[in-house]
Ligand binder design. Structure first.
Ligand code: FES
Length: 136
């Protein structure tokens, strides 16, 4: 595994919480979040709500998780943790973008070919003012 793409210990990702990370490729930077499903699988989604793309789902201390859904703190949209599908809220029907991640040796790695570096935590570089807002 590429150590530049190691995000966190797999044990840090629990079913009750999320872990935010920053992915980089060249000058491009974005944020994702890790979530653990009830069967132990770790999945990764974009950290931005499809309703208002400048709103983070995980502001750095874990996204809200309720009944197996990720919940956007802004207007309450809920996203099925297993699929990223928005099943309630102003962006119902939208789907969170995914990242490919792999667990190896007890660590979680970003193995998505679109990105070549990853680190835990929020991005300090991403300019949230450029995010578009889509009304549904
Ligand atoms: S910004 Fe997430 S539901 Fe509106």
């Amino acid at each position: 595994m590429d150590e530049d793409c190691r995000i966190v210990d797999a044990d840090e990702v629990t079913t009750d919480d999320t872990v935010v990370f920053t992915a980089k490729s060249g000058f491009e930077t974005t944020e994702g979040l890790l979530a653990r499903l009830d069967d132990g699988t770790i999945v990764a989604y974009t950290n931005y709500c499809p309703h208002w793309r400048d709103v983070r789902l995980d502001k750095g201390s874990g996204a809200n998780v309720r009944n197996g859904d990720l919940v956007c703190g802004k207007h309450g949209a809920t996203f099925a943790k297993a699929t990223g599908d928005c099943d309630y809220g102003p962006c119902e029907g939208a789907v969170l973008d995914t990242f490919e991640v792999t667990v190896a040796g007890g660590d979680v790695y970003l193995t998505d070919e679109a990105w070549d570096q990853a680190e835990p935590g929020l991005s300090e570089e991403r300019d949230l003012s450029s995010g578009s807002r889509i009304d549904f």
